[in-house]
Ligand binder design. Structure first.
Ligand SMILES: *Cc1c(COP(=O)(O)O)cnc(C)c1O
Length: 222
């Protein structure tokens, strides 16, 4: 077994069966992606449309990959995002939601999406604050082509582990609260949270999807 396959196996052994592992492959060469695929990975996360497009072409012979967009999406790339990704975790504004919903209708797609939310103020991140998100829910519920699956969050950097845990737990509580409102189109089955440094805290808080890059593939070049 390759070292990479061993790392993946090791991580999986300590995860509940129900947690979906996304291998985050920004800046990772396709050779390493093939190794991850051979080790059983079928979910790949990319931050940039262009990089993903190139890799999708190079990996065309692996047909059963699910592609996840995890980086901020610019309006002018929205069509490509719908065409190339089954999941969009970084849906971060009402305007983008409406644009994606229109495009999904035109393209006859029903992308799975997560609403990116900021539990703490963070000028470096996109996403809804909690009050903004609650205010936008009635309009989001009208997006009939988007399969709104849950919430995505990234804690601000420089928090200690108890603070990170609090962010994840409050995200879970927010999802529970939204679920109880019984929206027609908004599902709250999934929590996309947890990266290499904090995924155990996320799983402990009810994450259903974790997004791991460095712990699988090693440090990224800048
Ligand atoms: C890069 C990235 C990850 C993976 O981070 P690692 O620290 O490499 O595990 C997860 N989610 C998002 C949104 C990212 O941009």
């Amino acid at each position: 077994m390759s070292a990479l396959a061993q790392r993946i196996t090791e991580i999986r052994q300590h995860l509940p069966e129900s947690v979906r592992l996304i291998a985050v492959t920004k800046q990772v060469p396709v050779e390493a992606m093939r190794e991850a695929y051979a080790a059983g990975v079928r979910d790949f996360g990319e931050s940039r449309i262009q990089e993903a497009e190139l890799k999708q072409t190079q990996l065309q012979d692996l047909p059963d990959i699910t592609w996840h967009l995890i980086g901020h999406l610019q309006n002018n790339k929205a069509r490509k995002a719908i065409e190339q990704f089954q999941w969009i975790h970084s849906l971060d504004s009402l305007k983008l939601a409406q644009r994606l919903d229109d495009l999904a209708g035109q393209l006859c797609r029903q992308p799975q999406v997560c609403l990116q939310v900021k539990l703490l103020p963070d000028p470096n991140k996109y996403g809804w604050t909690v009050p903004e998100l609650l205010a936008d829910l009635p309009t989001l519920d009208q997006c009939k082509n988007l399969q709104i699956q849950g919430l995505m969050t990234i804690p601000p950097i420089n928090l200690d582990s108890s603070e990170i845990l609090a962010v994840f737990q409050r995200t879970r509580e927010l999802a529970d609260k939204i679920k109880q409102q019984n929206w027609l189109n908004i599902q709250m089955q999934h929590l996309s949270m947890g990266m290499s440094a904090d995924y155990q805290l996320a799983v402990q808080s009810g994450a259903t999807i974790i997004r791991l890059g460095r712990i699988i593939f090693g440090e990224r070049m800048l």
